[in-house]
Design a protein around this ligand. Sequence first.
Ligand SMILES: Nc1ncnc2c1ncn2[C@@H]1O[C@H](COP(=O)(O)OP(=O)(O)OP(=O)(O)O)[C@@H](O)[C@H]1O
Length: 249
Amino acid sequence: MASEPILRVSGISLRKGRAILLEDISFTLERGRFYGLLGPNGAGKSSLLKILYRAETANAGKVELDGRPVHAWGRRVYAAKVGALVQEKVSLSGMSLLEVVELGLLPLALPSREVRERANDALRMIDLAHRAGEDAAHLSGGEQQRLFFAQLLALDPDIYLLDEPNNHLDLHFQYKLLDIVKRRQRTVLASFHDIGLAVRYCDEVMLLDGGRLVGQGEMARVLDRRSLAKTYRVAGTFEAGRLEISGPI
Ligand SMILES: Nc1ncnc2c1ncn2[C@@H]1O[C@H](COP(=O)(O)OP(=O)(O)OP(=O)(O)O)[C@@H](O)[C@H]1O
């Protein structure tokens, strides 16, 4: 099947005061592929995702969705096409679980019956349908993460941007929710610290270090002994899909 670009990032940089968060990043995402965003703490993974879900604007370079600059898309249309699971969580006080998921469907402007159906389906996927009417602020950290996942699954955008999607999730939900996303065959860009999860889900990875893209492609090629030492500061190997770490450097 011929590859079809859906998102093109060309030479983007992001600065905050004198700090350079991202420098000259370029890559293309092809439709239907699952991409991992790897790199140590502070590498720039969240900053890059923020630019893609338009919470930040790059100081240089451009981002195009389906061949059009991202800022040429109306907010609502863009939000329907590019959905994000983010690290900064908003206050859920006073909203029911069902209302939180329904809120995520606003960009689609659907009839209210369809909104209700989609939201209930998504709550079933995260095993919280029986608590649909409860105050969302009472959920545990992992349950809240599942709820934000439900918002995204209900929206089902063309591109899923997932910032550390396994945050707070127990093992069952780490696999269950990423399996659902994978089965949908959308375009996914997800940051991971867990290399085992990245191996299972990613078709290819991008490795960030110090705000620069230092590797891109198959995981086995990107995570060689040298790059593990240089970026993650660990001595180890990544072979036959397994990471063996002998210790920090
Ligand atoms: N608003 C800001 N002003 C100044 N520096 C910032 C700002 N936001 C982020 N940074 C810095 O930019 C760098 C990249 O942060 P970012 O959150 O993108 O990293 P990350 O790769 O997602 O890290 P982690 O794996 O720890 O979540 C960090 O050093 C961070 O302290």
